[in-house]
Design a protein around this ligand. Sequence first.
Ligand SMILES: [Zn+2]
Length: 119
Amino acid sequence: MIEIHYPEEQKIFCPVCGIMIFSFGEEGQLNAELVMNDCSHLQFLGTNDSKEIDKNDWYAQHEYSVDDLDFLDYLKKTLGDDYVCFIQCSGAPAMLCGYIIFKFTEGRKMDVPFVGDVI
Ligand SMILES: [Zn+2]
């Protein structure tokens, strides 16, 4: 899994299709609402503490895994380099980290004709 550390409170766009996936809302607005969108590349949207979108049940798999790894280490160990994780952490002492994970082979797969891969 490729990690990209991103400044806190920056909007995150899908690098493939350009959809704004996550935003803390407009700057200066008191009651700014979190914006969360989905696209076909997005696999996970959450934190080390909770999940909003988890298309592969990684969060549950981590909870039931026998390894005593924190969530990010578990993902790093589990996912290959076709996954890219955008990481945003808030400063100490809270250290809440947001993870937004895309899979970038997803689009390419749809572009090639289906040849019926038999496993
Ligand atoms: Zn996308």
